[in-house]
Ligand binder design. Structure first.
Ligand code: COI
Length: 354
């Protein structure tokens, strides 16, 4: 076990903070002055260090590059009006990181490194947290196989990093979505529930094809019938029928257990909605749409928070939504944002003080 005292800290000689225009922060483009780096060898974590943000020296035989043993997380930190920094539900991401690690046959990371390391890193780069609505400090923990050998086997060495990126909204406008029927994101027994790098790499081809046709993302369907809803782009998805919200269930292992998904379920219930975690098919969606009962569809995730969908295309059938008239997604977003920015009481203990 490594306690907080064991983290070696080397400060950057010069800050890049003044070189960044905080009014224009594309997602994931800029990084703060420091990063955390830790190494694991034969299951033992050592050399935990916060140091100036810098490139890594990578051997061409690095195992992660060849076989994709690589996982990550996405978390956000905010500042309240007194300037105090808070991280949104980092313990949930810590637990999920180790679930992903287990699936990818990688070592567990101790809480002392993941949470305490993150806390100390953010405390050093606290001035990088944007104080603007819809803006945040995006936290990217990642771990990859760092053996320099190309045998196909779990690595003996792993590197863990935490990067911080001040960032603006992920999507600036409601999305147009294509219901995917050819390519698959996840199948039972696969890695859909894990946040491993390959899930995102493998999604890019289908997304690129949809983008060429003018869509922002695809709505992933099941691997067998391509009719059961899974996720939208890199987000969990919610459908609103009147006072009922429906989101696909986690039991098949094909869906990432989103922290924003869980927060949305809690808040929607507090807003008086019925929330059902259940299978939902494209046939049910189109029928409900035709009957005027499908009122809202949106994605939820750390990066995008709540992302409304204005158009959903299935084969030649197009479902259109007037997102300006919606009440549920904007209401949910407002409550979530207010909790994160310290404008609303944090009844659930979701905000972790830095
Ligand atoms: C997140 O919402 O944190 C995600 O995982 C999306 C990300 C890959 C940009």
């Amino acid at each position: 076990m490594i306690d907080s005292m064991a983290i070696k800290i080397t400060k950057a000689g010069r800050s890049k903070l003044n070189e960044i225009n905080f009014d224009k922060l594309p997602f994931g483009k800029y990084f703060t002055d420091h990063m955390l780096e830790a190494d694991c060898e034969n299951g033992e974590w050592k050399s935990v260090e916060i140091k100036p943000y810098q490139p890594l020296l990578v051997d061409p035989s690095l195992a992660a590059l060849h076989y994709g043993q690589s996982i990550f997380e996405g978390i956000k930190a905010y500042k309240n009006k007194n300037g105090d920094a808070f991280i949104f539900r980092p313990l949930e991401n810590f637990k999920r990181f180790n679930i992903s690690a287990e699936r990818m046959e990688m070592p567990m990371i101790p809480e002392e490194i993941f949470i305490e390391g993150m806390r100390q890193l953010i405390s050093i780069d606290k001035n990088w947290i944007p104080a603007k609505e819809d803006y945040a400090l995006y936290i990217r923990p990642l771990m990859f196989a760092s053996d320099t050998a190309i045998g196909v086997r779990p690595s003996e060495k792993y590197k863990f990093l935490i990067l911080l990126s001040p960032t603006g909204p992920y999507y600036s406008a409601p999305m147009r979505i294509y219901v995917e029927e050819k390519f698959t994101r996840a199948a039972p027994g696969g890695v859909g529930f894990a946040k491993n790098a390959g899930n995102y790499g493998a999604s890019m081809h289908a997304t690129a094809i949809a983008k060429k046709q003018g869509y922002d993302q695809v709505l992933w369907t099941d691997a067998f019938e391509h009719k059961w809803m899974q996720e939208v782009g890199t987000m969990n998805v919610f459908f609103i029928f009147g006072t009922t919200a429906i989101t696909p269930p986690l039991d098949e292992g094909t869906i990432l257990e989103g922290v924003t998904r869980d927060s949305a379920i809690t808040i929607l219930r507090e807003m008086g909605m019925e929330v059902e975690e259940r299978k939902i098919s494209i046939d049910e969606l189109t029928e409900k749409y035709k009957a005027g009962k499908l009122s809202e569809v949106f994605g939820v995730g750390t990066a995008a928070t709540i992302a409304p969908i204005k158009e959903l295309r299935y084969k030649d059938f197009v479902m259109r939504f007037d997102t300006d008239t919606w009440e549920i997604a904007p209401g949910l977003k407002k409550i979530l944002t207010d909790i994160k920015e310290g404008k609303r009481l944090d009844n659930h203990g979701w905000m972790f003080k830095v």
